[in-house]
Design a protein around this ligand. Sequence first.
Ligand code: B3K
Ligand code: ZN
Length: 858
Amino acid sequence: PPEIQRSDYTPFAWLIPTIRMEFDLGLDKTRVVTRLDVERNPDADASPTIRLNGDSLELVSITCDGGDCAGHMMDGDDLVVTLEGERHTLEIVTELDPSDNSQLMGLYASNGMLCTQCEAEGFRRITFFPDRPDVLSTYTVRMSGPKAQFPVLLCNGNRTDAGEEGGTHWAEWQDPWPKPSYLFALVAGDLVARTDSFTTASGRKVELNVWVRDGDLDRTEHAMESLKRSMKWDEETFGREYDLDLFNIVAVSDFNMGAMENKGLNIFNTKYVLADPDTATDGDYDGIEGVIGHEYFHNWSGNRITCRDWFQLSLKEGFTVLRDQLFSQDMGSAPVKRIEDVRVLRGVQFPEDSGPLAHPIRPDSYREISNFYTATIYNKGAEVIRMMRTMAGEERFRRGTDLYFDRHDGEAATCEDFVKSIEDGTGMDLTQFRRWYSQAGTPKVRVDLEHTGNSATLKLSQTIPATPGQPNKKPMPIPLKVALFDRQSGENTGEELVVLDQDSAIFTFDGFLQKPVLSINRTFSAPVSIERDVSRDDLVFLAAQDDDPFARYEAMQELMTGYLVGAVTGDLDDAGCKTARGDIAQAMKSVIEDDRLEDLMRGELMSMPSQAYIAEQMLVVDPGRIHAEREALKADLGDRLASQFHALYDRVEGLPFSLDAHAKGARKVKTLVLSYAAASDPAKAAELAAYQYDHSDNMTDRQGALMVLAGLDSPERTDKLQDFYNRYAGNALVIDKWFALQASSLHPDAIDHVKALRGHPDFTLKNPNRVRSLYMAFAANPSAFHAADGEGYDMIADLVLELDPINAQTAARFIPSLGRWRRIEEGRAKLMRDALERVAAAPKLSRDTFEQVTRSLG
Ligand code: B3K
Ligand code: ZN
């Protein structure tokens, strides 16, 4: 398959101002009649033909202006029509089998209903069309089908007409807003809705519906409340109002991603809609609020202003992630949300940026765009815009986004358009900042603080590692929030923002008789990794006293990471290890006993750095050693702080269930205490966890307890796993948890458990949630996945080969876990490569998997 280059962009030669579609719906056979009004694009070079993209489509018929269409031919999957003159009407008929569509792109059947997924290139699996985001049309859609089977018929925009004849009914929908084909959506099925309304600032009353299957209605309240909060927040924070009289959300159980922002008809994975305390964890509740917000915010950042081409994906995704992060910060604890977001960035995006799949947030080329829905485009994209906001300040940043929405409303825009608007709106010069869009790789910032006389000198320098295709990098502006603390008083002189925009720079701060303690990259103001020689005393100080909660968290992480890297590499001798563990325990003790802390934040401070994050600090990794040292530290802390942990558990245990921060914090620290206990005193931990499991009245406590039990070799493990399965049999989302808990467990036989679960009657390769719950959890479980004999790698390779013909998008998402081989010790690295080569050698790979495997081996 060819590589598509960003530099090759040219506008499409034709405009398609209006499109009318008629769907004759059936699960096994749907007939689609598409009428396109095409006219020459005055802003593009003229072309004698029009290329209509198709993917696995059969052309039933085509007419031009009501008559024969002599000049048409197939070119691969595409239909190319020769057209003379200025404007024409093309009518195209296609026939689909939605039941046979296991790729879940285009029109497919899920649980007896019909739904669509068109982003990025699914519309071409429904009809022949210029399936690119810069072709905007207004859609009129007529759907008809058996009423008993599809009582509800939904599409984008508003319903304008409906009728019934015999057992067949039909509905016609119109979307007044021009949109690209990837935002088209249709749903037909037996659904029920929770209905509510929202009145916008300018007085438009919007009907809101959350559509689910009968029986799921009482789990939709949180989704609806999240939607209303999103609508209000976007008015207040970004001045964005909703622009239709109707907003529909539909939950489907077979879905490749989290959700999709189709105009006026968002389609969601059930995972991001359904919740009640008995079946959803606090994390699930937060996830729903975040994703509902994300998709809703796309109505402006994505739909009203869309992308010119898919290289600009971060224009809508990076910005919308930032918007959903800020929304969640405002709805709950801002520092805790910031920590969670940074954890995702470091856990997923940093490894991507230092591996074979590294790419800039605005890539230069791709073969399969589905492979570029990455943490880099989404999460680093958000960080890059967040830096602009930090440098401009909130108010000026808002002037920039207002200008962007004003200037480009109704257009298919580029990242450059966005940056230019921020530049003009804020008055900042972003010339050099634009490098963040073109250069891949996580910058490393070297930090040294020196002290002479009464001044402290901060020396900063940056390097950006080479990435595929980009051997040499230029310095980028890196905004770092800095504070200096007086060691005695614990006071700081106020936070300052310094911007490192050269290879190196020096900043001087006067008025320090003693060397101060440096707190840097506060709130994680830049997505970089900081390298510094910092004493453990300073870290213990910051962990206890920094007034920026993120910086406190960071100090705890640095303290533990520094120790673990030293222990794994052997840089710390036995005596050094012992004192380091003592320091960590002392810092952890002050965290546990600090009564000014909210438990939700305390939980963050008590959390150990992930194995992936520790691995990221080393050039070459022995996953077995990291795992062993990390568990040993847990056990040591569990021993030393046993009484503090138990006192904490006892303090929060009796708190009644609620969804407020206080109660959520209590649940978080309880399970953390259990996991420390599991490492230090497994028998006691099993007893406590079984007790928590039996007495819990909510999924957070129950899942937390079961997570701990799943890692232990105890009779309670078997009992409670069985109980959980029986209790929730038939509830797909909870059974997903049951699979995931076992696949991600610390149990030494986790790999055998996964093999056995593959044969469980509830396992299927057809449902992406189920596949991910078993195998993503497994691939992210370092001690199981990295089994020294390579069995884990073989299991993932086997899965990819089996899944690729069924669902290529989902299959390709497993390749990055094997692609990390360059950073793993020799023995395992070879086995990982072998597994990749076995996949590469398969005779018929999808474009998705082919691209990821080739890049990973390259
Ligand atoms: N825009 C969709 C992504 C769909 C991609 C499918 N390959 C979800 C989101 O980011 O909101
Ligand atoms: Zn998005």
